[in-house]
Design a protein around this ligand. Sequence first.
Ligand SMILES: [Zn+2]
Length: 170
Amino acid sequence: MRRPAARSRAIGGRASPRPSGDRPSEFRSAGGHTCPPVDWPALVAAARAAAARSYSPYSRYAVGAALLAEDGRVFAGCNVENASYGLTNCAERTALFKAVSEGARRFRALAIAGGTARSPALPCGACRQVLAEFCAPSTPVAVAPLRRGAPVVRALGDYLPFSFGLDGAR
Ligand SMILES: [Zn+2]
């Protein structure tokens, strides 16, 4: 469910594709989205810190997410499991619901930390759709291994092309 179908190439190479000494620059995703620059080390660190708070006694699969709002606030979330498995909430949705409930509705970037470099915690289908409610297709999403290693960045629109939506939302 969280395994990559194939090891797809990072968008713009690895995250932090910054020219030496410069601020990170925008990049073009594999799906053709122009993504804004992001301070990935800080956002990935926030996602990893959130993963440390994961409540995952059943799967023992900790995931953290950190969502950067347009106003600069970072909302972090972890996966929260339940004995009734279907009630489990993913880290990405925890972060998003926290953000929306605190008044943030526009976002610049998302970082997810979980899994390993070979098998990182990619966002599930439900989270992709929920993120698409509030995030533009060009929103960059970094997926990083839980412990260490560089993230791979793709655009949300690469993860979920042709997403479902209704006019007039937000
Ligand atoms: Zn999910």
